[in-house]
Design a protein around this ligand. Structure first.
Ligand code: ZN
Length: 275
């Protein structure tokens, strides 16, 4: 059995919601640390149980679901137990399949913008998505503070498009507002930039057994549509759903343009077929 020292975890109930500041939380349930997202796709468990239950809580006001179990962990602790050499087993498409598909989707859907501007992939891991986009013809950079500075110049400027795929659910609850503000700071000051982020939102009526709650993947902050809207609004951004699990974020004044972009959006399957 893999080991995890439970004494490093904060297993009691949190005092409030970091997104909306409400004090009223409900216990959402507990799940063994070993649950991984790949279990859902492969139909069997990727990792054995660790024998350590991770409790999740839900804000009754905004619907945000989170665990504070890892609040005392250092970045090194996360690397040792989650983002280690076995991480790709918990999420096999992470390495290249998803970045390649996302790059085709973004190029097909935002081609006009990208032919006249630059893109930053915020939390872009090893930079694979940005590399695929550059091959397609875009000026694209990757920035991920936890992966070293993949494209170093990227942190010094603003961008026409900012993407962040499957990142926000990994950000600890207390870091959510800072993370969203950092994303907003990469957008142009004139309010003309567009951000596209992906994350699965908590389905109504689901409980701790929902597959996307998988601590071994580092899924520790799960948004409802309401909590995501409140978080974005605090950084001056309005959220518009593109398709399930995919959202456009932009200044409220861009609503008309965002609607047009969404109307012409291509899914990864459509973009792959056209490629
Ligand atoms: Zn809340």
């Amino acid at each position: 059995m893999p080991t995890l020292d439970a004494s490093t975890l904060l297993l009691d109930a949190p005092h409030g919601c970091a997104i909306c500041r409400a004090r009223h939380l409900s216990y959402f349930g507990s799940k063994d640390f070993g649950h991984a997202g790949n279990d859902h796709f492969s139909g069997s468990r990727t990792f054995a149980d660790y024998g350590v239950l991770i409790p999740y809580f839900q804000c009754r006001e905004c619907g945000f679901v989170f665990t504070q179990a890892f609040d005392a962990w250092s970045p090194e602790d996360f690397v040792e137990h989650i983002y280690n050499d076995d991480y790709h087993l918990s999420d096999p498409p992470f390495l290249d399949i998803r970045p390649a598909g996302n790059a085709r989707m973004i190029w097909a859907s935002l081609r006009q913008r990208l032919q006249n501007g630059a893109l930053l992939d915020f939390g872009g891991g090893n930079g694979s998505f940005a590399r695929h986009l550059r091959r397609l013809g875009a000026e694209a950079y990757s920035f991920d503070p936890h992966f070293g500075q993949v494209d170093e110049q990227a942190s010094q400027r603003t961008f026409d498009v900012v993407t962040s795929f499957e990142v926000i659910e990994h950000v600890p609850h207390r870091g959510q507002h800072g993370w969203m503000q950092q994303l907003a700071d990469f957008m142009r000051e004139d309010g003309r930039s567009l951000a596209v982020i992906s994350t699965e939102t908590v389905p109504v009526g689901h409980d701790i057994h929902w597959w996307y709650i998988c601590p071994r993947n580092g899924h520790i902050s799960l948004h409802s549509p309401q909590s995501l809207a409140r978080l974005a609004a605090a950084s001056g951004l309005q959220v518009s759903p593109i398709q399930p699990g995919l959202f456009a974020l932009a200044a409220p004044g861009c609503a008309g343009e965002v609607s047009r972009l969404i109307a012409g959006w291509q899914t990864t399957d459509e973009a792959a077929a056209a490629h």
